[in-house]
Design a protein around this ligand. Structure first.
Ligand SMILES: Nc1ncnc2c1ncn2[C@@H]1O[C@H](COP(=O)(O)OP(=O)(O)OP(=O)(O)O)[C@@H](O)[C@H]1O
Length: 595
Protein backbone atom coordinates (compact mmCIF):
# COMPACT_ATOMS: atom_id res chain seq x y z
CA UNK A 1 0.00 0.00 0.00
CA UNK A 2 1.31 3.44 -0.92
CA UNK A 3 1.36 6.30 1.59
CA UNK A 4 -0.19 9.70 0.93
CA UNK A 5 3.34 11.05 0.67
CA UNK A 6 4.22 8.53 -2.01
CA UNK A 7 1.10 9.51 -3.94
CA UNK A 8 2.73 12.88 -4.53
CA UNK A 9 0.68 15.30 -2.44
CA UNK A 10 2.16 18.59 -1.23
CA UNK A 11 3.45 18.86 2.37
CA UNK A 12 0.78 21.38 3.42
CA UNK A 13 -1.94 18.94 2.32
CA UNK A 14 -0.21 16.02 4.02
CA UNK A 15 -0.06 18.03 7.22
CA UNK A 16 -3.77 18.83 7.03
CA UNK A 17 -4.94 15.28 6.37
CA UNK A 18 -2.71 13.87 9.05
CA UNK A 19 -4.37 16.25 11.44
CA UNK A 20 -7.79 15.04 10.34
CA UNK A 21 -6.64 11.52 11.11
CA UNK A 22 -6.15 10.03 7.64
CA UNK A 23 -3.16 7.74 8.05
CA UNK A 24 -3.23 5.82 4.81
CA UNK A 25 -5.11 6.29 1.56
CA UNK A 26 -8.23 4.21 1.02
CA UNK A 27 -8.12 1.92 -2.05
CA UNK A 28 -10.04 4.38 -4.25
CA UNK A 29 -7.76 7.22 -3.15
CA UNK A 30 -4.70 5.13 -3.88
CA UNK A 31 -5.96 4.52 -7.40
CA UNK A 32 -7.38 7.89 -8.37
CA UNK A 33 -4.95 10.36 -6.80
CA UNK A 34 -1.97 9.39 -9.01
CA UNK A 35 -4.26 9.33 -12.07
CA UNK A 36 -5.52 12.84 -11.38
CA UNK A 37 -2.08 14.18 -10.56
CA UNK A 38 -0.58 12.91 -13.78
CA UNK A 39 -3.18 12.88 -16.56
CA UNK A 40 -5.87 15.10 -18.04
CA UNK A 41 -8.09 12.19 -19.00
CA UNK A 42 -11.67 12.21 -17.77
CA UNK A 43 -12.42 9.77 -15.01
CA UNK A 44 -15.28 7.67 -13.73
CA UNK A 45 -14.45 6.43 -10.24
CA UNK A 46 -16.68 3.86 -8.62
CA UNK A 47 -16.22 2.86 -5.02
CA UNK A 48 -18.34 1.81 -2.10
CA UNK A 49 -20.16 4.29 0.08
CA UNK A 50 -18.03 5.77 2.82
CA UNK A 51 -14.79 4.84 1.09
CA UNK A 52 -13.40 8.35 0.92
CA UNK A 53 -14.38 9.52 -2.55
CA UNK A 54 -14.48 13.17 -1.49
CA UNK A 55 -10.78 13.14 -0.64
CA UNK A 56 -10.13 10.98 -3.71
CA UNK A 57 -11.07 13.87 -5.97
CA UNK A 58 -10.53 16.69 -3.48
CA UNK A 59 -6.89 16.12 -2.61
CA UNK A 60 -5.47 15.92 -6.15
CA UNK A 61 -7.58 18.86 -7.33
CA UNK A 62 -6.47 21.01 -4.39
CA UNK A 63 -2.89 19.89 -5.01
CA UNK A 64 -2.99 21.38 -8.51
CA UNK A 65 -4.90 24.62 -7.96
CA UNK A 66 -2.96 27.77 -8.68
CA UNK A 67 -3.59 29.64 -5.44
CA UNK A 68 -1.90 32.75 -6.81
CA UNK A 69 -4.77 33.19 -9.24
CA UNK A 70 -8.13 34.11 -7.76
CA UNK A 71 -10.05 32.71 -10.71
CA UNK A 72 -12.37 29.77 -10.26
CA UNK A 73 -10.50 26.68 -11.42
CA UNK A 74 -12.57 23.81 -10.09
CA UNK A 75 -16.28 23.33 -9.70
CA UNK A 76 -17.90 20.49 -7.81
CA UNK A 77 -21.56 19.90 -8.55
CA UNK A 78 -23.73 17.91 -6.19
CA UNK A 79 -27.47 17.42 -5.73
CA UNK A 80 -28.23 18.95 -2.33
CA UNK A 81 -27.32 21.87 -0.14
CA UNK A 82 -26.34 19.57 2.72
CA UNK A 83 -23.88 17.82 0.47
CA UNK A 84 -22.46 21.09 -0.87
CA UNK A 85 -21.88 22.28 2.70
CA UNK A 86 -20.35 18.95 3.70
CA UNK A 87 -17.97 18.83 0.73
CA UNK A 88 -16.94 22.46 1.23
CA UNK A 89 -16.21 21.72 4.90
CA UNK A 90 -14.10 18.71 3.94
CA UNK A 91 -12.21 20.91 1.47
CA UNK A 92 -11.71 23.55 4.15
CA UNK A 93 -10.11 20.91 6.33
CA UNK A 94 -7.91 19.65 3.48
CA UNK A 95 -6.76 23.21 2.72
CA UNK A 96 -6.14 24.26 6.30
CA UNK A 97 -2.44 24.84 5.59
CA UNK A 98 -2.78 25.80 1.92
CA UNK A 99 -2.45 29.55 1.81
CA UNK A 100 -4.65 31.82 -0.29
CA UNK A 101 -7.00 29.06 -1.35
CA UNK A 102 -10.71 29.75 -1.04
CA UNK A 103 -13.50 27.21 -1.26
CA UNK A 104 -17.03 28.54 -1.64
CA UNK A 105 -20.26 26.58 -1.27
CA UNK A 106 -23.17 27.99 -3.28
CA UNK A 107 -26.70 26.63 -2.96
CA UNK A 108 -30.27 27.78 -3.09
CA UNK A 109 -32.29 28.82 -0.10
CA UNK A 110 -29.67 31.12 1.31
CA UNK A 111 -28.66 34.66 0.45
CA UNK A 112 -27.35 34.94 -3.09
CA UNK A 113 -25.91 38.37 -2.25
CA UNK A 114 -23.53 36.90 0.32
CA UNK A 115 -22.43 34.29 -2.19
CA UNK A 116 -21.89 36.97 -4.86
CA UNK A 117 -19.80 38.99 -2.41
CA UNK A 118 -17.58 35.99 -1.77
CA UNK A 119 -17.34 35.27 -5.50
CA UNK A 120 -16.27 38.85 -6.12
CA UNK A 121 -13.41 38.31 -3.70
CA UNK A 122 -12.47 35.21 -5.68
CA UNK A 123 -12.86 31.52 -4.94
CA UNK A 124 -10.64 29.02 -6.71
CA UNK A 125 -12.97 26.15 -5.86
CA UNK A 126 -16.76 26.39 -5.98
CA UNK A 127 -19.00 23.63 -4.63
CA UNK A 128 -22.60 24.07 -5.67
CA UNK A 129 -26.02 22.75 -6.42
CA UNK A 130 -26.94 23.06 -10.11
CA UNK A 131 -29.82 25.55 -9.73
CA UNK A 132 -27.82 28.13 -7.82
CA UNK A 133 -24.79 27.69 -10.05
CA UNK A 134 -26.97 28.42 -13.12
CA UNK A 135 -28.36 31.49 -11.39
CA UNK A 136 -24.87 32.80 -10.61
CA UNK A 137 -23.71 32.17 -14.18
CA UNK A 138 -26.74 34.03 -15.53
CA UNK A 139 -25.96 36.96 -13.27
CA UNK A 140 -22.42 36.85 -14.64
CA UNK A 141 -21.05 36.49 -11.14
CA UNK A 142 -19.65 33.01 -11.54
CA UNK A 143 -17.21 32.73 -14.42
CA UNK A 144 -16.24 29.31 -15.56
CA UNK A 145 -13.90 30.01 -18.49
CA UNK A 146 -10.83 29.05 -16.46
CA UNK A 147 -12.28 25.85 -15.10
CA UNK A 148 -9.87 22.94 -15.28
CA UNK A 149 -11.78 20.41 -13.20
CA UNK A 150 -15.48 19.65 -13.11
CA UNK A 151 -16.47 17.08 -10.51
CA UNK A 152 -19.92 15.50 -10.71
CA UNK A 153 -20.65 14.06 -7.30
CA UNK A 154 -23.77 11.88 -6.94
CA UNK A 155 -24.34 12.66 -10.61
CA UNK A 156 -27.11 10.10 -11.08
CA UNK A 157 -29.12 11.76 -8.34
CA UNK A 158 -28.72 15.12 -10.08
CA UNK A 159 -30.26 13.62 -13.20
CA UNK A 160 -33.01 11.95 -11.18
CA UNK A 161 -33.82 15.32 -9.69
CA UNK A 162 -34.26 16.81 -13.14
CA UNK A 163 -31.06 18.85 -13.28
CA UNK A 164 -30.17 17.63 -16.78
CA UNK A 165 -30.79 21.02 -18.42
CA UNK A 166 -28.86 22.80 -15.68
CA UNK A 167 -25.91 20.45 -16.09
CA UNK A 168 -25.96 20.99 -19.87
CA UNK A 169 -25.98 24.72 -19.30
CA UNK A 170 -23.21 24.72 -16.71
CA UNK A 171 -20.91 22.44 -18.68
CA UNK A 172 -21.45 24.47 -21.83
CA UNK A 173 -19.86 27.39 -19.97
CA UNK A 174 -16.71 25.45 -19.14
CA UNK A 175 -13.78 25.04 -21.52
CA UNK A 176 -13.49 21.93 -23.73
CA UNK A 177 -10.10 21.32 -22.19
CA UNK A 178 -11.55 20.68 -18.73
CA UNK A 179 -11.10 17.37 -16.97
CA UNK A 180 -14.46 15.92 -15.97
CA UNK A 181 -14.62 13.58 -13.01
CA UNK A 182 -17.54 11.47 -11.93
CA UNK A 183 -17.53 9.75 -8.56
CA UNK A 184 -20.24 7.36 -7.53
CA UNK A 185 -20.99 4.36 -5.35
CA UNK A 186 -23.22 2.84 -8.00
CA UNK A 187 -23.02 2.35 -11.73
CA UNK A 188 -26.46 3.03 -13.12
CA UNK A 189 -28.02 3.91 -16.46
CA UNK A 190 -27.80 7.58 -15.47
CA UNK A 191 -24.09 7.32 -14.77
CA UNK A 192 -23.57 5.83 -18.21
CA UNK A 193 -25.69 8.55 -19.76
CA UNK A 194 -23.60 11.22 -18.08
CA UNK A 195 -20.38 9.68 -19.24
CA UNK A 196 -21.74 9.62 -22.81
CA UNK A 197 -23.06 13.17 -22.65
CA UNK A 198 -20.36 14.99 -20.75
CA UNK A 199 -17.16 13.00 -20.79
CA UNK A 200 -14.41 12.40 -23.24
CA UNK A 201 -13.17 8.77 -23.38
CA UNK A 202 -13.16 8.48 -19.62
CA UNK A 203 -10.97 6.05 -17.80
CA UNK A 204 -12.95 3.90 -15.40
CA UNK A 205 -11.37 3.14 -12.05
CA UNK A 206 -13.20 1.10 -9.52
CA UNK A 207 -12.51 -0.32 -6.13
CA UNK A 208 -14.58 -3.32 -5.16
CA UNK A 209 -17.32 -4.78 -7.31
CA UNK A 210 -19.81 -2.57 -9.08
CA UNK A 211 -22.62 -1.35 -6.82
CA UNK A 212 -21.23 -3.32 -3.93
CA UNK A 213 -22.46 -2.28 -0.49
CA UNK A 214 -20.08 -1.04 2.18
CA UNK A 215 -17.95 -3.86 3.48
CA UNK A 216 -18.77 -3.91 7.14
CA UNK A 217 -22.49 -3.27 6.93
CA UNK A 218 -24.69 -6.19 7.95
CA UNK A 219 -28.11 -6.40 6.35
CA UNK A 220 -31.25 -7.59 8.10
CA UNK A 221 -34.91 -7.69 7.12
CA UNK A 222 -38.10 -7.99 9.11
CA UNK A 223 -41.33 -9.21 7.54
CA UNK A 224 -44.44 -7.54 8.93
CA UNK A 225 -47.83 -6.58 7.60
CA UNK A 226 -48.00 -3.05 6.22
CA UNK A 227 -50.13 -1.80 9.09
CA UNK A 228 -47.56 -3.05 11.64
CA UNK A 229 -44.56 -1.28 10.13
CA UNK A 230 -44.60 1.61 12.49
CA UNK A 231 -44.93 -0.65 15.51
CA UNK A 232 -42.03 -2.73 14.24
CA UNK A 233 -39.96 0.42 13.78
CA UNK A 234 -40.60 1.42 17.36
CA UNK A 235 -39.76 -2.01 18.69
CA UNK A 236 -36.49 -1.99 16.79
CA UNK A 237 -35.71 1.42 18.26
CA UNK A 238 -36.73 0.28 21.76
CA UNK A 239 -34.55 -2.80 21.41
CA UNK A 240 -31.56 -0.56 20.71
CA UNK A 241 -31.60 2.07 23.43
CA UNK A 242 -28.50 3.80 22.10
CA UNK A 243 -29.64 3.79 18.51
CA UNK A 244 -28.37 6.64 16.34
CA UNK A 245 -30.27 6.04 13.17
CA UNK A 246 -31.39 7.34 9.87
CA UNK A 247 -34.78 6.13 8.71
CA UNK A 248 -35.51 6.30 5.03
CA UNK A 249 -39.01 6.86 3.71
CA UNK A 250 -40.18 7.14 0.13
CA UNK A 251 -41.98 10.45 0.09
CA UNK A 252 -41.73 13.79 1.83
CA UNK A 253 -45.17 13.26 3.27
CA UNK A 254 -44.40 9.85 4.71
CA UNK A 255 -41.11 11.21 6.08
CA UNK A 256 -42.95 14.00 7.87
CA UNK A 257 -45.67 11.66 9.14
CA UNK A 258 -43.29 9.07 10.58
CA UNK A 259 -41.14 11.76 12.13
CA UNK A 260 -44.18 13.47 13.70
CA UNK A 261 -45.46 10.18 15.03
CA UNK A 262 -42.10 9.28 16.54
CA UNK A 263 -41.74 12.69 18.11
CA UNK A 264 -45.26 12.56 19.50
CA UNK A 265 -44.53 9.11 20.89
CA UNK A 266 -41.63 10.57 22.83
CA UNK A 267 -38.74 9.57 20.59
CA UNK A 268 -35.94 11.90 19.87
CA UNK A 269 -36.66 12.23 16.16
CA UNK A 270 -36.94 14.83 13.43
CA UNK A 271 -37.04 14.86 9.66
CA UNK A 272 -35.13 16.07 6.65
CA UNK A 273 -36.88 16.56 3.32
CA UNK A 274 -37.35 19.00 0.53
CA UNK A 275 -40.45 20.75 1.90
CA UNK A 276 -38.53 22.25 4.78
CA UNK A 277 -36.93 25.66 4.63
CA UNK A 278 -33.18 25.97 4.45
CA UNK A 279 -33.08 27.18 8.05
CA UNK A 280 -35.13 24.18 9.22
CA UNK A 281 -32.91 21.77 7.32
CA UNK A 282 -29.77 23.33 8.73
CA UNK A 283 -31.16 23.18 12.24
CA UNK A 284 -32.14 19.51 11.91
CA UNK A 285 -28.78 18.53 10.45
CA UNK A 286 -26.98 20.47 13.15
CA UNK A 287 -28.90 18.70 15.91
CA UNK A 288 -28.44 15.33 14.28
CA UNK A 289 -24.72 15.74 13.77
CA UNK A 290 -24.33 16.78 17.39
CA UNK A 291 -26.36 13.72 18.40
CA UNK A 292 -29.02 15.83 19.99
CA UNK A 293 -31.34 13.89 17.74
CA UNK A 294 -31.36 10.14 17.93
CA UNK A 295 -33.35 9.40 14.80
CA UNK A 296 -33.38 11.28 11.53
CA UNK A 297 -36.22 10.43 9.19
CA UNK A 298 -35.22 11.38 5.66
CA UNK A 299 -35.99 11.09 1.99
CA UNK A 300 -33.42 9.56 -0.32
CA UNK A 301 -32.65 12.86 -1.95
CA UNK A 302 -32.08 14.76 1.29
CA UNK A 303 -29.74 12.16 2.73
CA UNK A 304 -27.75 11.21 -0.38
CA UNK A 305 -24.03 11.29 0.30
CA UNK A 306 -24.33 12.47 3.89
CA UNK A 307 -21.32 11.62 5.99
CA UNK A 308 -22.33 11.52 9.62
CA UNK A 309 -19.97 9.82 12.04
CA UNK A 310 -21.00 6.57 13.68
CA UNK A 311 -24.59 6.13 12.59
CA UNK A 312 -25.50 2.77 14.15
CA UNK A 313 -28.53 1.83 12.06
CA UNK A 314 -30.02 2.62 8.70
CA UNK A 315 -33.67 1.66 8.66
CA UNK A 316 -35.48 1.29 5.39
CA UNK A 317 -39.12 1.92 6.22
CA UNK A 318 -39.75 0.39 2.83
CA UNK A 319 -37.64 -0.86 -0.03
CA UNK A 320 -36.80 1.94 -2.46
CA UNK A 321 -38.31 1.85 -5.94
CA UNK A 322 -34.86 2.06 -7.53
CA UNK A 323 -33.05 -0.84 -5.95
CA UNK A 324 -29.62 0.81 -6.38
CA UNK A 325 -30.83 3.47 -3.98
CA UNK A 326 -30.55 0.86 -1.24
CA UNK A 327 -26.78 0.92 -1.68
CA UNK A 328 -26.72 4.66 -0.99
CA UNK A 329 -29.13 4.38 1.91
CA UNK A 330 -27.34 1.54 3.68
CA UNK A 331 -24.05 3.32 3.08
CA UNK A 332 -24.91 6.04 5.59
CA UNK A 333 -23.62 3.58 8.18
CA UNK A 334 -20.43 1.51 8.16
CA UNK A 335 -18.38 4.42 6.86
CA UNK A 336 -14.60 4.66 6.73
CA UNK A 337 -14.19 0.98 7.51
CA UNK A 338 -16.51 0.98 10.53
CA UNK A 339 -19.32 -1.44 11.24
CA UNK A 340 -23.00 -0.76 10.73
CA UNK A 341 -26.44 -2.30 10.49
CA UNK A 342 -28.94 -1.78 7.73
CA UNK A 343 -32.49 -2.95 8.28
CA UNK A 344 -35.35 -3.29 5.82
CA UNK A 345 -38.88 -3.49 7.16
CA UNK A 346 -40.71 -5.30 4.40
CA UNK A 347 -44.14 -6.65 3.60
CA UNK A 348 -44.97 -10.34 3.12
CA UNK A 349 -44.66 -10.06 -0.66
CA UNK A 350 -41.25 -8.40 -0.75
CA UNK A 351 -38.98 -11.40 -0.47
CA UNK A 352 -38.26 -11.28 -4.22
CA UNK A 353 -36.94 -7.76 -3.81
CA UNK A 354 -34.69 -8.87 -0.95
CA UNK A 355 -33.17 -11.51 -3.22
CA UNK A 356 -32.62 -8.85 -5.91
CA UNK A 357 -30.98 -6.56 -3.35
CA UNK A 358 -28.68 -9.38 -2.28
CA UNK A 359 -27.50 -9.66 -5.86
CA UNK A 360 -26.90 -5.92 -6.10
CA UNK A 361 -24.97 -5.50 -2.85
CA UNK A 362 -23.21 -8.84 -3.20
CA UNK A 363 -24.10 -9.86 0.34
CA UNK A 364 -26.81 -11.90 2.02
CA UNK A 365 -29.60 -10.46 4.11
CA UNK A 366 -30.41 -12.13 7.40
CA UNK A 367 -34.09 -12.55 8.21
CA UNK A 368 -34.77 -11.25 11.69
CA UNK A 369 -37.70 -11.42 14.04
CA UNK A 370 -39.22 -8.25 15.41
CA UNK A 371 -38.43 -8.71 19.10
CA UNK A 372 -41.18 -9.71 21.46
CA UNK A 373 -42.35 -7.19 24.03
CA UNK A 374 -40.66 -9.07 26.86
CA UNK A 375 -37.27 -8.91 25.16
CA UNK A 376 -37.65 -5.19 24.58
CA UNK A 377 -38.56 -4.58 28.20
CA UNK A 378 -35.59 -6.58 29.42
CA UNK A 379 -33.26 -4.71 27.11
CA UNK A 380 -34.59 -1.35 28.22
CA UNK A 381 -34.41 -2.34 31.85
CA UNK A 382 -30.75 -3.28 31.67
CA UNK A 383 -29.92 -0.23 29.65
CA UNK A 384 -31.65 1.85 32.29
CA UNK A 385 -29.57 0.17 35.00
CA UNK A 386 -26.41 0.90 33.01
CA UNK A 387 -27.47 4.52 32.75
CA UNK A 388 -28.13 4.69 36.47
CA UNK A 389 -24.68 3.30 37.14
CA UNK A 390 -23.10 5.76 34.73
CA UNK A 391 -24.95 8.77 36.14
CA UNK A 392 -22.61 11.31 37.63
CA UNK A 393 -23.52 12.50 41.09
CA UNK A 394 -23.13 16.13 41.97
CA UNK A 395 -21.83 15.54 45.49
CA UNK A 396 -21.91 19.19 46.40
CA UNK A 397 -25.59 19.55 45.61
CA UNK A 398 -26.78 16.21 46.93
CA UNK A 399 -24.72 15.91 50.10
CA UNK A 400 -26.62 18.47 52.18
CA UNK A 401 -29.87 16.64 51.37
CA UNK A 402 -28.61 13.15 52.03
CA UNK A 403 -29.50 12.87 55.72
CA UNK A 404 -33.06 13.84 55.00
CA UNK A 405 -33.27 11.53 51.99
CA UNK A 406 -32.01 8.59 54.03
CA UNK A 407 -34.61 9.25 56.71
CA UNK A 408 -37.33 9.23 54.08
CA UNK A 409 -36.20 5.85 52.80
CA UNK A 410 -35.34 4.24 56.12
CA UNK A 411 -38.40 1.98 56.12
CA UNK A 412 -37.45 0.41 52.83
CA UNK A 413 -34.95 -2.38 52.41
CA UNK A 414 -32.37 -2.10 49.65
CA UNK A 415 -34.35 -4.55 47.55
CA UNK A 416 -37.64 -2.76 48.08
CA UNK A 417 -36.06 0.54 47.22
CA UNK A 418 -34.59 -0.82 44.00
CA UNK A 419 -37.88 -2.41 43.03
CA UNK A 420 -39.78 0.80 43.56
CA UNK A 421 -37.22 2.85 41.76
CA UNK A 422 -37.19 0.55 38.75
CA UNK A 423 -40.97 0.27 38.75
CA UNK A 424 -41.30 4.02 38.75
CA UNK A 425 -39.35 4.13 35.54
CA UNK A 426 -40.75 0.97 34.10
CA UNK A 427 -44.41 0.54 34.89
CA UNK A 428 -45.50 2.18 31.72
CA UNK A 429 -43.10 0.23 29.59
CA UNK A 430 -44.18 -3.00 31.22
CA UNK A 431 -47.83 -2.13 30.76
CA UNK A 432 -47.27 -1.18 27.17
CA UNK A 433 -45.58 -4.41 26.25
CA UNK A 434 -47.58 -6.63 28.57
CA UNK A 435 -50.01 -7.93 26.01
CA UNK A 436 -48.04 -6.96 22.97
CA UNK A 437 -48.49 -8.71 19.69
CA UNK A 438 -46.12 -10.83 17.79
CA UNK A 439 -45.61 -8.51 14.83
CA UNK A 440 -43.79 -10.99 12.65
CA UNK A 441 -45.55 -12.39 9.68
CA UNK A 442 -44.31 -14.99 7.29
CA UNK A 443 -43.60 -14.31 3.67
CA UNK A 444 -47.05 -15.52 2.69
CA UNK A 445 -48.69 -12.97 4.91
CA UNK A 446 -49.67 -15.15 7.88
CA UNK A 447 -48.44 -14.69 11.40
CA UNK A 448 -45.36 -16.71 12.27
CA UNK A 449 -46.59 -17.22 15.75
CA UNK A 450 -50.06 -16.02 16.30
CA UNK A 451 -50.40 -15.85 19.99
CA UNK A 452 -54.19 -15.99 19.99
CA UNK A 453 -55.24 -13.78 22.79
CA UNK A 454 -52.46 -11.37 22.10
CA UNK A 455 -53.34 -10.90 18.47
CA UNK A 456 -54.87 -7.48 18.16
CA UNK A 457 -56.23 -7.67 14.71
CA UNK A 458 -59.17 -9.45 13.22
CA UNK A 459 -60.96 -9.05 16.53
CA UNK A 460 -59.68 -10.32 19.82
CA UNK A 461 -60.10 -13.99 20.25
CA UNK A 462 -59.51 -14.22 23.95
CA UNK A 463 -61.55 -13.40 26.92
CA UNK A 464 -59.04 -10.91 28.39
CA UNK A 465 -60.51 -7.97 26.59
CA UNK A 466 -63.94 -7.14 25.39
CA UNK A 467 -64.64 -4.62 22.70
CA UNK A 468 -67.21 -1.89 23.17
CA UNK A 469 -68.87 0.01 20.38
CA UNK A 470 -69.32 3.72 21.09
CA UNK A 471 -71.58 6.03 19.11
CA UNK A 472 -69.08 8.89 19.23
CA UNK A 473 -66.17 9.38 16.86
CA UNK A 474 -63.80 11.83 15.22
CA UNK A 475 -66.60 14.18 14.22
CA UNK A 476 -67.33 14.64 17.94
CA UNK A 477 -63.71 15.72 18.48
CA UNK A 478 -62.88 12.35 19.93
CA UNK A 479 -59.39 10.91 19.86
CA UNK A 480 -57.72 8.34 22.06
CA UNK A 481 -56.46 11.04 24.40
CA UNK A 482 -59.80 12.83 24.82
CA UNK A 483 -61.59 9.50 25.29
CA UNK A 484 -59.25 8.40 28.06
CA UNK A 485 -59.43 11.84 29.64
CA UNK A 486 -63.21 11.72 29.47
CA UNK A 487 -63.29 8.33 31.16
CA UNK A 488 -60.86 9.56 33.80
CA UNK A 489 -63.49 12.11 34.69
CA UNK A 490 -66.28 9.57 35.12
CA UNK A 491 -66.35 8.70 38.80
CA UNK A 492 -68.18 5.44 38.13
CA UNK A 493 -65.10 4.05 36.38
CA UNK A 494 -62.80 2.85 39.15
CA UNK A 495 -59.03 3.29 39.15
CA UNK A 496 -56.73 0.83 37.48
CA UNK A 497 -58.94 -0.55 34.73
CA UNK A 498 -56.87 -1.51 31.75
CA UNK A 499 -57.84 -0.48 28.28
CA UNK A 500 -56.56 -2.06 25.13
CA UNK A 501 -56.89 -0.78 21.63
CA UNK A 502 -58.82 2.35 20.85
CA UNK A 503 -60.03 2.66 17.31
CA UNK A 504 -61.60 6.00 16.48
CA UNK A 505 -63.57 6.20 13.26
CA UNK A 506 -65.37 9.18 11.85
CA UNK A 507 -68.83 8.52 13.36
CA UNK A 508 -68.14 5.89 15.99
CA UNK A 509 -65.34 4.11 17.77
CA UNK A 510 -64.27 0.88 19.39
CA UNK A 511 -62.75 0.56 22.80
CA UNK A 512 -61.13 -2.51 24.24
CA UNK A 513 -61.55 -2.98 27.95
CA UNK A 514 -60.57 -5.75 30.33
CA UNK A 515 -63.41 -8.25 29.98
CA UNK A 516 -64.07 -8.37 33.70
CA UNK A 517 -64.75 -4.62 33.75
CA UNK A 518 -66.74 -4.50 30.54
CA UNK A 519 -70.11 -4.00 32.19
CA UNK A 520 -68.84 -1.36 34.63
CA UNK A 521 -67.36 0.71 31.82
CA UNK A 522 -70.39 0.21 29.57
CA UNK A 523 -72.75 1.31 32.31
CA UNK A 524 -70.62 4.32 33.16
CA UNK A 525 -70.43 5.44 29.57
CA UNK A 526 -74.08 4.86 28.77
CA UNK A 527 -76.02 8.02 29.27
CA UNK A 528 -72.91 10.16 29.90
CA UNK A 529 -72.37 13.19 27.70
CA UNK A 530 -69.30 13.82 25.59
CA UNK A 531 -69.00 17.21 23.91
CA UNK A 532 -72.76 17.73 24.24
CA UNK A 533 -73.62 14.34 22.76
CA UNK A 534 -75.24 11.53 24.68
CA UNK A 535 -72.96 8.51 24.69
CA UNK A 536 -74.20 5.05 23.96
CA UNK A 537 -71.91 2.08 24.54
CA UNK A 538 -72.68 -1.48 23.62
CA UNK A 539 -70.89 -4.76 23.12
CA UNK A 540 -69.35 -5.00 19.71
CA UNK A 541 -70.99 -7.74 17.70
CA UNK A 542 -68.86 -10.17 15.66
CA UNK A 543 -65.10 -10.15 15.47
CA UNK A 544 -64.38 -8.96 11.99
CA UNK A 545 -61.37 -7.08 10.73
CA UNK A 546 -61.26 -3.46 11.75
CA UNK A 547 -59.74 -0.81 9.71
CA UNK A 548 -57.79 1.47 11.93
CA UNK A 549 -56.68 4.90 11.09
CA UNK A 550 -52.93 4.57 10.82
CA UNK A 551 -52.06 7.70 12.72
CA UNK A 552 -54.26 6.74 15.65
CA UNK A 553 -52.64 3.38 15.75
CA UNK A 554 -49.28 4.99 15.77
CA UNK A 555 -49.87 7.56 18.35
CA UNK A 556 -51.77 5.42 20.73
CA UNK A 557 -49.15 2.77 20.85
CA UNK A 558 -46.19 4.09 22.68
CA UNK A 559 -44.57 3.46 25.99
CA UNK A 560 -42.89 6.78 25.63
CA UNK A 561 -45.95 8.82 24.83
CA UNK A 562 -45.83 12.19 26.40
CA UNK A 563 -48.53 11.85 28.98
CA UNK A 564 -47.14 8.56 30.12
CA UNK A 565 -46.56 7.60 33.66
CA UNK A 566 -42.96 6.62 33.09
CA UNK A 567 -40.32 9.24 33.03
CA UNK A 568 -38.96 8.21 29.70
CA UNK A 569 -36.37 5.85 28.42
CA UNK A 570 -33.62 7.98 27.28
CA UNK A 571 -30.37 6.76 25.94
CA UNK A 572 -27.41 8.97 26.36
CA UNK A 573 -28.88 11.45 23.90
CA UNK A 574 -32.17 11.90 25.63
CA UNK A 575 -33.61 15.31 25.43
CA UNK A 576 -37.03 13.79 24.97
CA UNK A 577 -38.42 15.49 28.00
CA UNK A 578 -41.82 14.59 29.19
CA UNK A 579 -44.09 16.25 31.63
CA UNK A 580 -44.14 14.20 34.76
CA UNK A 581 -46.53 14.02 37.56
CA UNK A 582 -49.91 14.12 35.87
CA UNK A 583 -50.57 10.43 35.74
CA UNK A 584 -53.90 9.53 34.28
CA UNK A 585 -56.06 7.60 36.63
CA UNK A 586 -57.02 5.14 33.94
CA UNK A 587 -54.36 2.66 33.02
CA UNK A 588 -53.83 1.68 29.45
CA UNK A 589 -52.32 -1.60 28.44
CA UNK A 590 -51.34 -3.59 25.42
CA UNK A 591 -49.91 -0.81 23.46
CA UNK A 592 -50.42 2.02 25.93
CA UNK A 593 -53.56 3.28 24.33
CA UNK A 594 -53.33 6.56 26.02
CA UNK A 595 -52.16 9.65 24.37
N1 LIG B 1 -7.77 7.93 4.04
C1 LIG B 1 -8.70 7.99 4.96
N2 LIG B 1 -8.47 7.52 6.20
C2 LIG B 1 -9.43 7.60 7.16
N3 LIG B 1 -10.65 8.12 6.96
C3 LIG B 1 -10.94 8.59 5.74
C4 LIG B 1 -9.99 8.57 4.69
N4 LIG B 1 -10.55 9.13 3.60
C5 LIG B 1 -11.78 9.50 3.95
N5 LIG B 1 -12.03 9.19 5.23
C6 LIG B 1 -13.29 9.42 5.99
O1 LIG B 1 -14.24 8.50 5.49
C7 LIG B 1 -15.55 9.05 5.59
C8 LIG B 1 -16.29 8.82 4.29
O2 LIG B 1 -15.72 9.60 3.26
P1 LIG B 1 -16.60 10.23 2.09
O3 LIG B 1 -17.71 11.01 2.64
O4 LIG B 1 -15.67 10.91 1.17
O5 LIG B 1 -17.17 8.89 1.45
P2 LIG B 1 -17.81 8.63 0.03
O6 LIG B 1 -17.03 7.53 -0.59
O7 LIG B 1 -17.93 9.90 -0.73
O8 LIG B 1 -19.24 8.08 0.44
P3 LIG B 1 -20.66 8.21 -0.31
O9 LIG B 1 -20.61 7.33 -1.50
O10 LIG B 1 -21.59 7.70 0.71
O11 LIG B 1 -20.88 9.64 -0.63
C9 LIG B 1 -15.39 10.50 5.93
O12 LIG B 1 -15.75 10.70 7.28
C10 LIG B 1 -13.91 10.77 5.72
O13 LIG B 1 -13.43 11.75 6.61
Amino acid sequence: MLTFEELGLKPEILKAILEIGFENPTPIQEKTIPHLLTTQQDLIALAQTGSGKTAAFGLPVINQIDADSKRTQAIILCPTRELAIQIAKDFDAFTKYTKKLDVLPVYGGSSIEAQIKSLNKGAQIVVGTPGRVVDLINRKKLKLEDIQWVVLDEADEMLNMGFKDDLDFILSHTPESRQTLLFSATMSREVLRISNDYMNSPEEISSGKRNQGAEKVQHFYYVVNGRDKYLALKRIADMNPNIYAIIFCRTRRETQEISDALASDGYNADCLHGDLSQAQRDAVMGRYRKRHLQMLVATDVAARGLDVTDITHVINYNIPDELETYVHRSGRTGRAGKEGISIAIVGPKDSGKIRQLEKIIGKPFTKSEVPAGEAVVEKQLFSFIENVKATEVDEKQIQPLMDNILVQFEDLSREELIKKFVSMEFNKFLAYYKNSNDLNTNERGGRDNDRGERGERGGRKSGNYATLFLNIGEKDNLNSGTLLGFMNGLSSIPNGIEFGKIDIQRNFSFLEVEAKHEKTVMDALNGSEFDGRKVSAEQKSGGGERKSDRSDRRRSDSPRSKSGSGSGFKGRFGDNKKPSGSRPRVKASSGGRRK
